[in-house]
Design a protein around this ligand. Sequence first.
Ligand code: CA
Length: 498
Amino acid sequence: MNGIMLQTFEWDMPSDGMLWKTVRKKARLWSLLGITAAWLPPACKGSAGGLDVGYGVYDLYDLGEFDQKGSVRTKYGTKDEYLAAISALRRAGIQALGDVVLNHRMGADEMEHVPVTPVNPDNRLEMLGGSEDGAVYTRFTFPGRKNRYSDFVWNASCFTGVDWNGNDPDHHLFLIGGKTWAPDVDNEKGNYDYLMGADVDVRAPHVHDELIRWGLWYLKTTGLDGFRLDAVKHISASFYRDFLEQVRNATGREIYTVGEYWSNDLGKLLYYLDEVHYSMDLFDTPLHYHFCAASRSGGTYDLRSLFVDTLVSQRPSQAVTFVDNHDTQPGQSLESWVDGWFKASAYAMILLRSAGYPCVFWGDLYGIPERGIGAVSELPRLMQIRLFQAYGEETDYFDDPNLVGFTRKGDPRLPGSGLACLITDEKGGEKRMDVGVRYAGKTFVCAIGGQSDVKIGQDGTGVFRVDGGGCSVYVPKPTLFAVCCRAVRQVLRFFHLA
Ligand code: CA
């Protein structure tokens, strides 16, 4: 079955505490759309309390249960609402994936006085002077939680670095005395262990053990099926290799995991996958950047190179493909938004092909009203085509820099499956493509793109068209039998039987 992951949030959605309730209500609908996994935003209390998107983690054990940082609930709701959302997803046959942010902490409860060394933020291997007295925010006691679930107190011994020292306003990055940056992290800026806040020293044995204890508590408490791991390029690769092995062994469950290694360099992604012994999938960031470039090149992008040097072309079974996310949306830190005119084409390229596990972004499915961005209107239809038609042998026609396409020949066991897809970043055109002799003499109708029907010749080929800057998707003209088979599959999905 063709899976679809849904990222169930965007950055600017209102901080009204309603998301967990919304997820609970939409789970069945999402299942019918073809969604098989839901990536939920970070559920732990952040330093900005009820306003925190979730990446400024304060307390891993507060899932919206304790009055901390000015709020019991998180941006998305209370712990009970979170648990209800996860249950609803699982009842609908959708895997619930939790966003895990272990790289850093923010909003410490107390200051500590420890030796620190100023570091060059642009080259973290360069010390800017010797050891000095530090006044740093590194002590986390969680007074609002009162040791519930864990009495672990975080202090300077748990962190490698901080970006603020009350005694030294002239510098902006400090290594904590006795610590070193983890060596097995991304090598940008010399060493990219430090990202923000108080950087967690995952190699310290007491921290390592506490994080694994937390991981097991989190899975047991929530019933999550897996994880989306935040900022893995800033975390010692050996840590997550061990973390995943331990939680999988202890629970006996698959614990599907996808990591965010944000880099346009395929070599780094392949190296990291090897370092973590292929224990997780990775988001295909290079492919996202290709989509972004194609959408912004005014027709000069060579569409034949769309998949060149992408993770999905090199490690199709470990690539989670996506078009945009909460970090690439307008106004965010990694802004690289794929222009609206190209969105349907990009989604066709991740949803209708055989390679990769596609992830649909909330901001594309529902729009980002806070920024005046509308939904990608073709997206629900593309998801349905993935569910019902995107099967069988794939034939590529990446032979023209401005006009590329592919076909799927369908699976005889799935009546009405098979498709033809064409995209262009220039003027419109046509291409003769092979959909298989099984469809000789039959008709393909245009599901997306507004083109006329295409009669398939005796050799199994047809001439398919696309308008300028557009995307066309053709599917076999539905027979009554195929429609009935689809209806049966939807009923089975609704009752979580298939
Ligand atoms: Ca780090």
